[in-house]
Design a protein around this ligand. Structure first.
Ligand SMILES: *[C@@H]1O[C@H](CO)[C@@H](O)[C@H](O)[C@H]1NC(C)=O
Ligand SMILES: *[C@@H]1O[C@H](CO)[C@@H](O)[C@H](O)[C@H]1NC(C)=O
Length: 429
C-alpha cells in the first residue's frame, strides 16, 4: 500500500518539525525541573520517606547475601540487581533503626536470584530453600516474625515471577507464592493483574538498569527524533518455544510479521552499540511482553524520553500508584498488534508532545533508577514511600497469642531440603 506508507511518512515529517521547535523552546517557556506533576498520582513521587517509617535490617550470616555476590559479581549488573542495591541502600538509610522495638517494617537481606548459570541467566531454583532457611533463622532468633508471621516484613524478590520462584510461567503458577512469604509484603518486578504470583499489597518496582552506563550514552536533548518506532530484541524464542505462540503470547512474532517491511518501524533482533542513542532518536519505543510482562526497555524508554508503547495485557507497572503511566505511555492490547501502525500514526501531535513533556520531567526518570549513591526521589525512595503508605499496620497484621496461619511444611518437598544442599537443575530459559 504505497499510498498509506507515503501518508505515514509525510506525517512523521510533519510531526518532527513541531517537536524540534518545541524542544528548542521549552526550557524557557516551562521550567520543567521545578514543575510538579499535575494530578493526584504524580505528586507522591516527590514525597520524602524520611520520618514516615522506620526499618529494621536483620543481620544474617553472609551466606545469604555477600558470599553469593562474591561467588558471582555478575549479580550486580543483571536486571534483578535491585535485591543487592536495596540492601546496601538500607544499611545507610536515614529510615533505618537499630532498635527493632520501634520498627514499622523488618527487612531480611537475602539475594534469592544471585545464582547464575555460566551464561549469566539467573535461575531461581535455590531461592525457595534460601528464603525458607533465612526465615527459619529470623523466626528462631528474634520475636518479630512469629508476632505477625511476616505481615510487617518485606522481601525483595525481583525474579520474573517474583516469589513463585520459577522462570516458566506455567511452573510458577503451579508453585504459587512460597508459603512462608504469603503474609509478607513482596517488592517485585513482576506485575500482572489477577495472577497467583502477585499478592495484593505487593510493591511493583522497575527492573534494574545500570544508571552510569545509561548516563554515558546520553546525547544532546535537542537531537531530532527521526525514528518513528524503535525496537531491538527477540521476536521468537526458538530454543524455549520451538513451535511459537507461547513466547510473548505471540505478540512479538506478530510485530515482526506485520511490520518488518514497514519503513516507519525500525525493528530488528540485532543489538547495535548505538542502542541507547537510538532510543533517544526515536518517538515511540515498543515495550512488548516477553516471557514476563515487563522488560528493561520500560526503564530505558522513560530514561531516554522515548514514549513507551506498552503491549502486555493486564500489566501492573512499576510504582503505578505514583507514576502517571497513562500520561506517559501508549497502551496497545496484544490482540491489536496488527494495527500498531494505524494506532500510532493516528495519535495527534499535541498528544505526542504532551507525553514527551511528561517524560522530560526528571521525577519520572529518577523513579526508574537505582543510582549509587542513592538520590532523593529515586527508586529506593519510591519503595520506601510505598511501604510508608501501607502504615499504620492493620489490626490483622498481629496474630493473637498462639495463633498460627502459615504452614511451614506446605509446598513442594524439594523446597523443604536444607539450603546448603547443592543440587541444581540445569534448565535453560
Ligand atoms: C517462633 O515459632 C517457632 C515455631 O513456630 C519456634 O520454633 C520459635 O522458637 C519461635 N521463635 C521465638 C523467638 O520464640
Ligand atoms: C501443611 O502442609 C502439609 C503439606 O501440604 C500438609 O500435609 C499438612 O496437613 C498441612 N498442615 C496443616 C496444619 O494444614
Amino acid at each position: 500500500m504505497p499510498n498509506l506508507a507515503f501518508t505515514m511518512i509525510s506525517w512523521v515529517f510533519l510531526l518532527l518539525l513541531p517537536i524540534t521547535i518545541a524542544v528548542g523552546k521549552l526550557p524557557q517557556a516551562a521550567p520543567i525541573t521545578s514543575e510538579r506533576i499535575s494530578g493526584s498520582a504524580g505528586d507522591v513521587l516527590e514525597d520524602d520517606p524520611v520520618g514516615r517509617l522506620k526499618v529494621y535490617v536483620y543481620e544474617l550470616p553472609s551466606k545469604y547475601n555477600k558470599k553469593l555476590l562474591q561467588k558471582d559479581p555478575r549479580c550486580l549488573t543483571h536486571m534483578f540487581a535491585a535485591e543487592i542495591f536495596m540492601h546496601r541502600f538500607l544499611l545507610s538509610s536515614a529510615v533505618r533503626t537499630l532498635n527493632p522495638e520501634e520498627a514499622d517494617w523488618f527487612y531480611t537481606p537475602v539475594y534469592p536470584t544471585c545464582d547464575l548459570t555460566p551464561n549469566g541467566l539467573p535461575l531461581p531454583f535455590k531461592s525457595p530453600r534460601i528464603m525458607r532457611s533465612a526465615i527459619q533463622l529470623i523466626s528462631a532468633n528474634w520475636p518479630y516474625w512469629n508476632r505477625t508471621e511476616g505481615a510487617d516484613h518485606f522481601f525483595l524478590v525481583p525474579h520474573d515471577f517474583g516469589a513463585c520462584f520459577h522462570y516458566q510461567e506455567e511452573k510458577a503458577i503451579e508453585r504459587g507464592i512460597l508459603p512462608l512469604l504469603q503474609r509478607a509484603t513482596l517488592v517485585q518486578t513482576f506485575g500482572q493483574r489477577n495472577h497467583v504470583c502477585l499478592n495484593e499489597g505487593s510493591i511493583t518496582i522497575p527492573p534494574y538498569a545500570p544508571p552510569q552506563k545509561m548516563q554515558a550514552h546520553l546525547i544532546p536533548p535537542d537531537t531530532p527524533r527521526s525514528i518513528f518506532v524503535y525496537f531491538r530484541g527477540l521476536f521468537y524464542d526458538v530454543n524455549n518455544d520451538p513451535e511459537g505462540g507461547y513466547y510473548a503470547r505471540g505478540a512479538r512474532a506478530s510485530i515482526w510479521e506485520n511490520f518488518k517491511n514497514n519503513p516507519l518501524f525500525d525493528i530488528s533482533t540485532d543489538h547495535p552499540t548505538t542502542y541507547y542513542e537510538d532510543m533517544q532518536r526515536a518517538i515511540f519505543c515498543l515495550c512488548p511482553l516477553g516471557w514476563a510482562p515487563w522488560s528493561p526497555r520500560l526503564v530505558e524508554s522513560v530514561v531516554f524520553g522515548c514514549i513507551p508503547v506498552i503491549i502486555a495485557d493486564d500489566i501492573v507497572l512499576p510504582f503505578a500508584d505514583a507514576i502517571p503511566w497513562e500520561d506517559i505511555g501508549v497502551f496497545v492490547a496484544e490482540k491489536d498488534v496488527p494495527y500498531l501502525d494505524t494506532i500510532l500514526t493516528s495519535i495527534p501531535p499535541h498528544v505526542v508532545l504532551r507525553k514527551q513533556r511528561f517524560l522530560a520531567n526528571p521525577s519520572m526518570k529518577k523513579a526508574m533508577l537505582f543510582p549509587q549513591p542513592a538520590q532523593p526521589r529515586d527508586a529506593f525512595h519510591q519503595i520506601l514511600n510505598g511501604l510508608a503508605r501501607k502504615l499504620p499496620h492493620q489490626k490483622t497484621t498481629y496474630l493473637k497469642p498462639g495463633e498460627k496461619i502459615l504452614n511451614w511444611t506446605a509446598g513442594p518437598t524439594g523446597d523443604l531440603k536444607p539450603c546448603s544442599s547443592g543440587a541444581t537443575d540445569d534448565h535453560r530459559r
